[in-house]
Design a protein around this ligand. Structure first.
Ligand SMILES: [Zn+2]
Length: 433
């Protein structure tokens, strides 16, 4: 049966053409944007085309943050030559004033160093968090998880000591000139003052460091015009095929529909969305009547608020919906590698029994770990959550950059991973756990 499922995915899957449309025909789809609204309509149509018998739009109020004009970041070097760096505002950041902020730059390599420098050295300056991925880790997700706190929490920690702005080295695996955006949050329990926050490209950070070494008095001018507008009504898109023996028990597969505005969100997370949709198409095209209700969900607002995840969780509780499993694919459209299962029930052991079946399709490991941010709340009510894990070695080359575009997707890799997701959903539906 799994071989038949893979025949479908390798020959007939719509993942690639769906992803091409979502990535290239709809403008950027950050929450609250016109692109996000179009993506919602597209997902609804794609779910019906895949064979959903019902499609719901599940409402949620989402933040509407807009980048505005392209950010600028410049210094005058020791020969008084103007040098520009590629930077991008972090999601949810406030703007600078229209003339920008001009101030001395101070390099900080850790929060301990920030604390020891204190107000005496930080006040009135722009803090440059010069942090790198620790490449000793086998997975890039671990490298990212370890350092992303400087992007998210760095600004408020720097503001506490009187910094005027915060610049973080991009959360990047490689050295190039693409700045990586991503969410930041103001923690008013640390500091009431909000300061502008941006990321600088990896090569830009190296260049800035070089200039700083030559001139300790180096002044930097940063201009950002981003703004947080009023919240906007948006939606999760939920499509399902009703189960024929246990219609009240749901198996969910999905990803998030919103994506950062600077790229096409092909890997993050257009891939997860089309793989979820394709689960329904596979059941339909192979004429398999599922026992349980199979749901594909395109979540809204994963990137800068998780309002879609919250709305889904609340709806599940309110309507007392029973989920057998909830899988999220949110780690790029690369080749299959593994599956993580987070559950208090016997589901993990059962999944381990299927390892041999999935192994020919490049599933090397099944581990007891968490999943994506959209399905994670369901764990609180005992739902086994599953993370699909593709090969992540190139993910943070593109993640949250203008380089996360459809041309970085390999059709076979995308389909093989979709095949693993479809197979796993089939196994859960037919063998149960
Ligand atoms: Zn994502």
């Amino acid at each position: 049966m799994l071989r038949k499922i893979f025949d479908y995915y390798l020959i007939q899957s719509n993942c690639y053409s769906n992803l091409e449309f979502l990535s290239t025909k709809i403008e950027s789809r950050l929450s609250g944007s016109p692109g996000a609204e179009k993506a919602v309509s597209w997902a609804k149509k794609a779910l019906y085309e895949a064979g959903a018998d019902t499609v719901y739009l599940q409402p949620c109020m989402v933040p509407h943050w807009v980048r505005g004009k392209k950010e600028t970041c410049t210094v005058n070097n020791i020969q008084n030559k103007k040098i520009s760096f590629n930077v991008c505002a972090l999601g949810n950041s406030i703007s600078t004033n229209p003339d920008g902020i001009t101030a001395k730059v101070i390099e900080v390599k850790s929060f301990e160093e920030l604390d020891s420098l204190g107000e005496k050295n930080i006040k009135g300056k722009i803090v440059f968090f010069n942090v790198y991925f620790d490449h000793k880790h086998l997975t890039t997700g671990t490298c990212y998880g370890e350092k992303v706190t400087f992007r998210y929490s760095g600004p408020s920690k720097a503001a506490k000591y009187g910094a005027l702005a915060s610049i973080v080295r991009s959360m990047s695996s490689i050295n190039n000139d693409f700045p990586h955006t991503g969410v930041m949050g103001y923690d008013t329990s640390i500091c009431k003052t909000k300061i502008p926050a941006c990321a600088i490209s990896y090569s830009g950070a190296d260049e800035l460091l070089k200039e700083l070494k030559l001139n300790k008095e180096l002044k930097l001018t940063l201009k950002m015009s981003c703004v947080m507008l009023e919240k906007v009504l948006s939606y999760n898109v939920v499509g399902e095929i009703k189960g024929h023996t246990k219609p009240n028990e749901i198996i969910l597969a999905g990803g998030h529909l919103d994506a950062w505005d600077n790229g096409q969100g092909a890997h993050d997370d257009g891939a997860g969305v089309v793989q979820g949709i394709e689960v329904l198409a596979m059941f339909k095209k192979l004429n398999i009547a599922p026992h349980h209700t199979i749901r594909a969900v395109a979540f809204m607002n994963e990137e800068n608020g998780l309002e879609g995840a919250r709305a889904y969780f609340e709806d599940t509780k309110k309507n007392n919906l029973k989920h057998i499993a909830a899988l999220e694919s949110d780690a790029g459209g690369f080749s299959p590698r593994g599956i993580s299962v987070d559950t208090t029930m016997g589901a993990f052991k059962k999944t381990l029994e299927w390892k041999q079946l999935l192994n020919p399709y490049f599933v090397q490991y099944i581990e007891k770990e968490g999943s994506g941010a959209d399905v994670s709340p369901l764990r609180k009510i005992g739902v086994p959550i599953i993370g699909f894990q593709p090969d992540g070695q190139r993910y943070f080359d593109y993640h949250h950059t203008a380089d996360d575009t459809f041309d970085k997707i390999n059709k076979r890799e995308l389909d093989l991973s979709a095949g693993v997701i479809g197979s796993l959903i089939y196994l859960i539906d037919h063998k149960g756990w």
